[in-house]
Design a protein around this ligand. Structure first.
Ligand code: HEM
Length: 448
């Protein structure tokens, strides 16, 4: 019997299409039918064994990184970022490179990005129409894109970053389009000239690379002392042997940070607003907290830690609407995980969405109740919106900090109402799942 026949049962290919159309509905249906373990098969790739058992999640996160390869499972994304990104490496190379990135993403560094995050939010909010319906999710993407340009790439209001902004915006629009999402398939990577989708991506990438490499050289020669942006920290970083990160690696990491960082955070913030719109009492309470914490002043770093209720709202949203609903680790050898024997070459997929809805962990699991986060009894294996173990999201502190700032700015500056009859479902947007139809809303301004 081939080893894969011993895998847990799961949906057929036809049912699996629903993962693209409506992933949350698909996962609910699989859990109802198959329980804590099921196998999802997609032609041409090794089977995904989904699990929502926290004991299994724990074993995966604490397991041997030599046997549980995340980099390999992420590799289809290499088309977007370049293969030298830490996202695609596995132990020990992964650890070596991640160590150089970690200090820039430490929680203590976040205060230095507060201005960039607030400015990006305020500029976007000021441009929103009043009294007229508009899609909020693209606005969230504009905010997170601009935040990365400022805080990660280190470009401010002057002209120097304008060409990079314009080119990157075009490239990432292309990536998050329906066609662009398919770029991970080698068959789609055909350069048939600059009018073909992949050909356009190749040309935009070339132009962006030229700007980036020139900028790296400029900063290396001018020095980066006194700069708080993440690119400058990477340029200054040294391996244990004293060598710097090669420019080509920094280039791939910069694309990774833009791609991994802006779609996920934007989609999460769109879900937060959707939850606030459908829970007006929670909206009122969150706004009251923001008004009291800011006390008529401009938001700054010292306010962020005080936004406790806003933080619970964000956590409760990430529990119910995780924009990355599962993660994956490719098994390099047969393993027994939570008592279940699995063959080599399958991908074990801890299912964030389903762990977050287990009734024994989360009473009344489908109820939106931020207060449940007040008395925190979660573990890294029961609340895992950012994944876990040695591959836990590098930008978790960055995203959490930014989301508090942006949500607080929105609550203090505008009143939002949902579009008539709108009910959100999850739809793929780039590498994340976002509310359908861009989350249509109507805004009116508040006096500050
Ligand atoms: C709410 C926003 C975000 C969510 C929900 C999110 C979620 C995730 C998840 C689930 C993973 C996979 C973890 C695993 O396999 O265990 C991940 C990895 C990663 N994320 Fe995030 N992310 C967010 C924001 C960001 C931001 C803002 C950045 C950077 C600016 C970022 C950079 C990364 C990187 C570099 C990795 C790969 C880490 C590694 O393999 O060592 N993410 N993220």
């Amino acid at each position: 019997m081939p080893a894969s026949d011993a895998l847990p049962p799961g949906p057929n290919l036809f049912a699996t299409f629903d993962f693209i159309r409506n992933p949350f509905r698909f996962l609910d249906a699989c859990a109802a039918r198959y329980g804590d373990w099921f196998t999802v098969r997609v032609p041409g790739v090794s089977p995904f064994v989904f699990t929502s058992d926290p004991a299994a999640v724990r074993e995966v996160f604490l397991g041997d990184p030599d046997a549980l390869h995340a980099g390999e499972a992420n590799r289809p994304l290499g088309a977007f970022m370049g293969a030298r990104s830490s996202l695609f490496l596995d132990a020990p190379e992964h650890l070596r490179q991640r160590r150089l990135l970690l200090p820039a993403f430490h929680g203590e560094q976040m205060a230095s990005h507060a201005d960039a995050m607030r400015t990006a939010a305020d500029n976007a909010i000021a441009s929103w129409p009043t009294g007229k319906q508009f899609a909020l999710h693209p606005q969230m993407r504009a905010i997170t894109f601009e935040t990365i340009i400022r805080a990660v790439f280190g470009f401010g209001d002057d002209e120097s970053g304008s060409e990079l902004r314009a080119l990157m915006r075009q490239l990432f629009e292309l990536y998050s389009s329906k066609l662009g999402t398919l770029f991970s398939l080698p068959a789609m990577q055909i350069d048939a000239g600059r009018w073909s989708p992949w050909g356009r991506a190749v040309r935009l990438t070339r132009q962006i690379d030229a700007i980036l490499f020139e900028e790296f050289a400029r900063r290396r020669s001018d020095g980066v002392e006194g700069r708080a942006d993440i690119l400058s920290m990477l340029l200054a970083a040294r391996y244990e042997d004293g060598n710097p990160l090669p420019d080509a690696v920094i280039r791939d990491e910069m694309y990774t940070l833009m791609l991994a960082g802006h779609e996920t955070t934007a989609a999460t913030m769109a879900w937060v607003i959707n939850r606030l719109l459908t829970n007006p009492n929670v909206m009122d309470r969150a706004r009251a907290e923001v008004v009291s914490v800011l006390d008529g002043k401009q938001l700054e770093a010292s306010h962020v830690g005080k936004l406790k209720f806003v933080e619970s709202v964000i956590n409760e949203t990430m529990r119910l609407d995780p924009v990355v609903p599962n993660i994956g680790r490719g098994l390099k050898r047969p393993m027994t995980i939570a008592g279940r024997a699995l063959p080599a070459d399958v991908t074990i997929a801890p299912c964030i969405y389903l762990v977050h809805r287990r009734p024994e962990l989360w009473p009344n699991p489908t109820q939106f109740n931020p207060e449940r986060f007040f008395e925190s009894r979660q573990t890294p294996y029961t609340f895992l919106p950012f994944g876990g173990g040695p591959r836990r999201c590098l930008g978790a502190a960055f995203a959490s900090y930014q989301m508090k700032i942006v949500i607080a700015e929105i609550l203090s500056r505008v009143e939002l109402k949902p579009a008539d009859g709108y009910v959100a479902s999850a739809t793929r947007k780039g590498i994340a799942f976002a509310p359908s139809d861009g989350l249509p809303v109507i805004a009116t301004r508040r006096s500050l």
